[in-house]
Design a protein around this ligand. Structure first.
Ligand code: ZN
Length: 226
């Protein structure tokens, strides 16, 4: 499903500056670490509607949104973003985004995992939604911690069995691209570029490895950039 209006679908480095992106869960720019800064946009208890307060509950060690009326503790944890790199006959399926953040930039099919589905099902669903493509999800390709945005991006390899696809509601254009034609400067998110580059490296070596990386506030922190 597309995200609710006003809520960013994916948040990476540059998008954390926008208010729309911040609503998903980027930390406020207080100069403190993410572990010290609960989200600032929760005002009311989802259980009873009373105003919440931020404090460290008994037995815990981090501030939480706590309801002083019904005592509910509203935990905030990282969200999973799931996608895949679909290939057909040596070409990669890419989508030009029709929504913010990164409207007009290119991505592979990816988005927030829904309750009740598996990682592979989420990757397949996003391919259907964004590219009207029925892909066969394959091996795990990359796990990227987007630390400041409180997200983990999980990317799979995938096969598009036939060159059948279309322009989904969240896309402006969808196409199959030879590796040499991938618009690298216009790739929407660092995690997508990471997954695409590792995918192509592995493919050229006949390998299917799993790659891990951490991205925090505009920089790769693992692997450490050269
Ligand atoms: Zn409450």
């Amino acid at each position: 499903m597309p995200p609710p209006a006003g809520v960013a679908e994916l948040v990476d480095a540059d998008d954390s500056k926008s208010s729309a992106a911040r609503r998903v869960g980027s930390s406020p720019s207080t100069g403190t670490t993410p572990r010290e800064t609960p989200r600032i946009d929760m005002k009311y208890c989802g259980n009873c509607g009373n105003a919440v307060e931020f404090r460290v509950p008994d037995g815990d060690n981090l501030p939480r949104a706590v309801c002083p009326s019904c005592q509910a503790i509203h935990y905030e944890n990282p969200k999973l973003v799931v996608g895949c790199v679909p290939e057909h006959d040596g070409r990669i399926l890419l989508c030009k985004r029709a929504i913010e953040p990164r409207l007009g930039y290119w991505t592979v099919p990816a988005g927030f995992m829904e309750n009740g589905e598996t990682l592979a099902a989420a990757a397949a669903r996003e391919s259907r939604e964004e590219a009207l493509a029925d892909v066969t999800v394959g091996s795990l390709l990359a796990v990227v911690n987007i630390v400041h945005a409180h997200q983990v991006h999980v990317m799979f390899r995938a096969v598009l069995p036939a060159p059948v696809f279309g322009v989904g509601q969240e896309s402006l254009e969808v196409g199959l691209y030879l590796p040499a034609d991938i618009p690298w400067p216009d790739i929407a998110f660092p995690s997508v570029e990471f997954a695409l580059r590792r995918y192509l490296d592995d493919r050229s070596q006949g390998a299917e490895r799993v790659h891990f990386a951490d991205f925090d506030r505009g920089s790769w922190t693992r692997p450490i950039p050269a």
